[in-house]
Design a binder for this molecule. Sequence first.
Ligand code: F3S
Length: 390
Amino acid sequence: MYLSRDEEAVLSGKHGESAQKAMELVVALGKIYNAENLVDITSAHISGASYKTIGDGGLKYLEDVSKDAKVKVTSTLNPLGMDRERWKEMRISPEFAKKQLRIIELYGKMGVRTSCTCTPYLGGNVPKFGEHAAWAESSALSFVNSYIGARTNREGGPGALAAAIIGKTANYGLHLEKNRAPAVIIDADIGNTLFDHSLLGQAVGKRIGSAIPYYRNIRPDIEAAKTMAAAMAAAGSVAMFHVEGVTPEHSRYDVSGLETIHIGKKELKDARESLNTADDIQLLAFGCPHLTVREITEMAAFLKDKKKRRNDVDIWFCTSSEVRSRCPDQVKILERFGPVLADTCMVVAPIESNYQRTGTNSAKAGNYLPTLCSQRVMCDDFAKLMELVI
Ligand code: F3S
């Protein structure tokens, strides 16, 4: 693999130990995937911010690397294990909270922005079309590859942090034009709701694994695209998709010889049934990926004149602190039903300490709640889930 003189200098330790280790990791990944060189990145998004997911080992790693490392590009963090102000409402232990706050502090020390969301592309960290990036968080990286046309592989947390520290990543996979071509056409025949798009992502992810799909007959907006991207990445490991007439690279490739898969109402029903394992709930959790202003506004409009009648069910709305601060009136309405939590989510928070049955309108959460949080799951449309408690 070719390295420039400057890159060799970093690798030899001339710019400090942490930069050297970061370069070693990026180069090792490049060698595994046969990269010919490194490319400059403009942005990084780092997962591994929740104490629940990284534990004491991850905290120790961050203590070490933050001694002399600074990120070189705009870098953001994935959600934390708690809302940093409202963790007591989430019934988080003081010990967990202390370690979680330390993790944020260490990332901050390295220059990482400590707004912690899986939708950084809604503001704050928005790579441009054609730019290279190093993003972890499967839903977000698929969104920026597909909907924005930036270029990132499916990074892990340490790989994204290493790339952020050296400002470069190895040039392989989705950084290369030839690897961004669609492999299969999805002829979608679905309804117009967000939940339909979530189930579509679920059905497609299960069916095609890691291939790049080319959708026909849908026109997803930002909200629909983010929920689809999340579901495809969780049910399979899809890191990029094209949508005819919508995504910026859809017309670059000849799709005439590709296999077509039809996904219609029956496939959506099967996808929904495969995610449902609970017949009652203790927690309703919305915002996977994090809610946008528009979603919060629509939820508030739906709930405006309603009352919560079941006190044995908690309700969480998860979003970023930035989005929460942009719609205070709508947030006030939602808060009559449950907290609007910032910078955390139902999957990376330790909900298993307090709940065993969770309802969600997100197929991604529907995949991860059983495996990462030991939950039985009810997965349905927002209105249908809310009707259980209002
Ligand atoms: Fe975001 Fe948590 Fe879902 S990180 S995509 S809300 S699992």
